[in-house]
Design a protein around this ligand. Structure first.
Ligand code: ADP
Length: 225
């Protein structure tokens, strides 16, 4: 399956991504994870990206678009992929669509996780990252996925916070970008929603307010429908 997963920072994309890749074995490509790994590794890309990420700004399209289009050409993407964190604006959506057409690759599904902005903000401030797997769900404000003391609820690993998750100004900027339906991420979502029928793409919405288990149920039902 080739799939795009869209949702505001805090909507629970990582958790849903994990469920989806477990279902069909497609590889998860998270722009944020790629960029953070580059920052950690001190690569040229990382040096360029760091200042943008810390402020909650988008890393410029001329860096992220080729980065993702190249990643999709790698061998592990042949049996399917799930894009998490891309596209994040309308321009990235248009460029991705063009590139897929050129390669004769059909996009199967676009999932939009709907969530109220204030709830998303609270969730972001509560989330914790497991050193062993970023997708292990841990959030101090969500009962269903509360960490086990100060350790990961899934594997007991050490937990940390992302700097950009504790900075309210950075969170607000990330949400301004997400909820912008003219040029931002919602505009990217609606770009695909509007061409979905004509291109044979399934456009699925999920209620991100629901708990982890309920979202998983919704997802399975909608995929089977
Ligand atoms: P979140 O969804 O919580 O904002 P991500 O891990 O997806 O977290 O992204 C973290 C940061 O990485 C973003 O704030 C942005 O600076 C950068 N980033 C991620 N994806 C993109 C993208 N598609 N285009 C530009 N910048 C991106």
């Amino acid at each position: 399956m080739r799939l795009i997963l869209l949702g505001a920072p805090g909507a629970g994309k990582g958790t849903v991504a994990k469920q989806l890749t477990a279902i069909d074995g497609s590889v998860q490509i998270s722009t944020g994870d790629i960029l953070r790994a580059a920052v950690k590794g001190g690569t040229e890309l990382g040096k360029q990206a760091k200042a943008y990420i810390d402020k909650g700004d988008l890393v410029p399209d001329d860096i992220t678009i080729p980065m993702i289009l190249d990643r999709l050409k790698e061998d592990d993407c042949k049996s399917g992929w799930l894009l998490d964190g891309f596209p994040r604006n309308k321009n990235q959506a248009v460029k991705l669509h063009e590139a897929l057409k050129k390669e004769n690759m059909k996009l199967d599904i676009v999932i939009e996780m709907e969530l109220d902005r204030q709830i998303a903000k609270n969730r972001i401030m509560g989330r914790r990252l497991c050193v062993n797997d970023n997708n292990h769900p841990n959030n101090v404000y969500i009962d269903a996925i509360k960490p086990d003391g100060d350790k990961c609820r899934v594997c007991g690993g050490e937990l940390s916070k992302r700097d950009d998750d504790q900075d309210e100004a950075a969170i607000d900027k990330r949400h301004n970008i997400y909820y912008d339906d003219k040029e931002g991420t919602l505009a990217a979502a609606y770009y695909f929603r509007d061409i979905a029928d004509q291109e044979g793409i399934r456009y699925i919405t999920l209620d991100g307010k629901a708990g982890v288990e309920e979202v998983a149920d919704q997802l399975v039902k909608k995929l089977e429908a």
